[in-house]
Design a protein around this ligand. Structure first.
Ligand code: GTP
Ligand code: MG
Length: 549
């Protein structure tokens, strides 16, 4: 199946599928240029199909590099980045450029080792026999693929002149860059080439924070192996007709597990740069996890995961409706990470997804709502939007222009304060967070935190969260809400422009917490700043006696 000719043929078939999708997606753009997630995905996938990944020497001369690649075809875009060495992404203007490169590349001959002769679009650029000429620009050329460290962010924010500017600045510093997004789609496309050996009509699409608008540089790459494009003819009503002989399995889940097991094996055995492959097939949502070294991405590959794709689409839509949504989500996610409310390790922590839903719910609960409820988005849906996945109604409007602009004009600062106040006093013990209704509902079960899954409504997306973690979240909301009411926090310090500006505003909220007794904090506690914080601490202690360790 992995013979070179076949692989190339598969790639061409896949490209035709994408080309047809590009055509169909053109109309999915509103007059003001906002595109549906589907349209964005199709356009990016098509770009990725024309792109290649090059491992190169850190002193590669950019001019020679360009000259070499231009010989194979016109180049639309290229960029360099670092990840366990220096890499470049080159996007050709057409498929012919990639074909020419594949044609002209050599198979490595390595002493004492052998290679799997799978020709992928990941190459190494060799410069044999010629001395590398130092490229003075190479350091500057590299596009960052990770965020700035938190202490640098705090410094950066402290130089801003308003909390609104700080929130915008944080969003700009953390959000995915154009190059990082291209790299994400390219990795999906490279993996598609592997999966296409078995399923030529498949696509691999990113979902989750890589595409929902809330992704931070360095976030994982969630991918979905989409086999829906595989189609056959309908059976003829009479006379002779053919049907495929296909292997049968006991359930959809069993099919998903077997496909992921085989593709996972191929990724492990044949995928250049794919390391640490783990098949986690018994999870609620089976997946293959691995690291893609050339991009530095931690990858999760799933299949048959359409509901997650729908929730990605919904989050994307909310982010596009009002720019304040993304800013607030970035800020709250960053704040939560700085205080260890969220973690990269699975456990009883609140996840980024749950936190995002909490922000959306808060924005629906303003006296003048910033965003509409999911039920309202469902009412606006047209016949083409109808979507029922495994019995779950996932219908909501896809045409942004049908959604009325809300009249709320609060500033980002007001909304951030509002968020902390809202959750500092939310009746978590009795009520559930529900973005479908945009209103808290009675809790159907006794987990400390209940956030209704927007599409699989009988499920709780925060089932994993324990009492300690919820209490830490509430205590930090109380503290941040209090801090944002203090004039010395909310006024830029006079010396805000120096090398070590005094933290103020949002920067203060990212500093280690002053709330005593919050479990899990190893940092030295600082003296309470004033009588008011003392009384705040007292109230927290009385509320959470078990936290006073
Ligand atoms: P980060 O990776 O933390 O940046 O955020 P993420 O939104 O990508 O979260 P994650 O990688 O954990 O999950 C990827 C996507 O799967 C999310 O965006 C959701 O669409 C979906 N998802 C994650 N957790 C849940 C859950 O508990 N329930 C449901 N229904 N979907 C989830
Ligand atoms: Mg993710």
């Amino acid at each position: 199946c992995l013979q070179n000719g076949d692989t190339f043929l598969h790639r061409c078939v896949g490209t035709n599928v994408v080309a047809a999708q590009v055509k169909a997606s053109r109309k999915e753009e509103t007059e003001d240029g906002r595109k549906s997630l589907n349209a964005v995905q199709v356009e990016r996938q098509e770009q990725a199909e024309r792109s290649v990944l090059i491992s190169c020497h850190s002193r590669t001369n950019e001019r020679k590099f360009l000259k070499y690649f231009s010989r194979h075809g016109d180049i639309n875009k290229y960029f360099f980045y670092e990840s366990y060495g220096m890499y470049a992404v080159v996007e050709f203007a057409s498929q012919e450029g990639v074909a020419s490169l594949l044609e002209g590349a050599a198979i490595p001959s390595i002493d004492y080792e052998s290679v799997v002769p799978f020709k992928s679009r990941s190459f190494s650029l060799r410069n044999l026999g010629l001395a590398e000429s130092p490229n003075q620009q190479s350091g500057k050329l590299c596009q960052p693929q990770t965020t700035i460290p938190i202490n640098e962010l705090i410094k950066k924010l402290s130089k801003e002149q308003s909390i609104d500017q700080q929130i915008t600045s944080l969003t700009e510093a953390y959000q995915l860059t154009e190059e990082n997004i291209r790299l994400r789609f390219l990795v999906c496309s490279l993996l598609k080439d592997i999966a296409a050996a078995y399923f030529p009509e498949c696509t691999i699409r990113p979902f989750g924070s890589s595409v929902n608008g809330f992704g931070k540089l360095g976030c994982d790459l969630d991918m979905f192996l989409d086999l829906d494009g595989i189609s056959g003819r309908n059976m003829a009503k009479s006379g002779l007709s053919l049907e495929y002989q296909m292997k049968r399995a006991t359930s959809e889940r069993a099919v998903t597990q077997s496909i992921l097991s085989v593709i996972g094996e191929c990724v492990d055995q044949f995928g250049p740069g794919c390391v640490g492959v783990q098949k986690i097939l018994n999870a609620r949502c089976p997946l293959v996890r691995f690291a893609h070294q050339p991009s530095g991405f931690q990858c999760d590959l799933t299949a048959n995961n359409r509901v997650a794709m729908k929730s990605t689409e919904l989050l994307y839509l909310y982010g596009v409706l009002d720019p304040r949504v993304r800013c607030l989500v970035f800020t709250v996610r960053c704040w939560a990470r700085a205080h260890g409310i969220t973690s990269s390790i699975p456990g009883a922590w609140i996840t980024n997804f749950s936190l995002t839903v909490m922000v959306l719910f808060f924005l629906q609960r303003r006296s003048s709502p910033v965003i509409p409820t999911l039920d309202h988005l469902k009412e606006l849906a047209g016949p083409a939007d109808k979507s029922v996945i495994e019995g779950n109604d996932c219908t909501f409007v896809s045409d942004f222009s049908k959604i009325q602009v809300q009249s709320n004009e609060e500033t980002l600062e007001q909304l951030l304060c509002g968020f902390f106040e809202f959750y500092a006093t939310f009746p978590f013990s009795r009520m559930s967070i529900n973005i479908r209704k945009g209103k808290e509902q009675n809790k159907p079960e006794m987990n400390p935190l209940h956030i209704q899954n927007p599409f699989e409504t009988s499920l709780n997306v925060s089932k994993n969260v324990n009492t300690t973690q919820l209490e830490r979240f509430v205590a930090l909301c109380q503290e941040s809400s209090w801090l944002l009411q203090q004039s010395d926090t909310t006024t830029p310090s006079a010396s805000s422009q120096g090398d070590t500006p005094v933290p103020w505003g949002l920067a203060t909220l990212l500093l280690p917490s002053q709330v005593a007794g919050i479990k899990g904090r190893k940092k030295k506690k600082r003296e309470p700043a004033s009588e008011m914080i003392k009384s705040l601490l007292e109230s927290l202690k009385n509320k959470n006696p078990q936290n006073n360790s």
